[in-house]
Design a protein around this ligand. Sequence first.
Ligand SMILES: Cc1cc2nc3c(=O)[nH]c(=O)nc-3n(C[C@H](O)[C@H](O)[C@H](O)COP(=O)(O)O)c2cc1C
Length: 155
Amino acid sequence: MKTLIVYQSKNGTTKKFAEEIAKRVEKATGNVKVQSLENTTSQDIQDCDLLYLGCWTKGRFIFGQKPDEKWIDFSHKMPDVEGKRTVLFTTYSVASGNMFRKMKQHVTPKGYNVIGSMKSTDGKIDYFSIAVLKYSLNYKEAVHERYIRDYAEVS
Ligand SMILES: Cc1cc2nc3c(=O)[nH]c(=O)nc-3n(C[C@H](O)[C@H](O)[C@H](O)COP(=O)(O)O)c2cc1C
């Protein structure tokens, strides 16, 4: 399985988070590439089986969080795909607000299947992110569907 990690970072924290994610993916699968969005082509995205897509949080600290314009431009140029497994990630300092909803709005219409999200204030991976990482690496459509069905049964 080929995993690609693409990040947009202004001051290095999101890059660090991407590299931390890469270390763990490398350990689990032995096949990972981590690169900035400036160095990423449509072909790179087409070629991967699992995509981690990250961006720093931009807003007014207590409200209005959204991806940076460079990330939005990049997302518009991403190729259309058919259900490519995608995990979104961001770094922030106080509040990430609706970052993931906003990021998702740009990629879902292009066929990206967002199966999780991870955030960090310092580029380190917390227990929640580890759980998302494990889930994304072991993701199987059938398991996902079953999870949804079972959850629906008890709720
Ligand atoms: C213009 C600007 C706006 C920001 N807005 C927010 C915000 O709304 N909420 C927040 O928690 N952090 C905000 N931050 C902090 C960054 O999201 C945070 O430092 C992030 O880790 C930066 O990532 P980078 O080092 O990869 O560039 C802002 C930073 C800048 C420069």
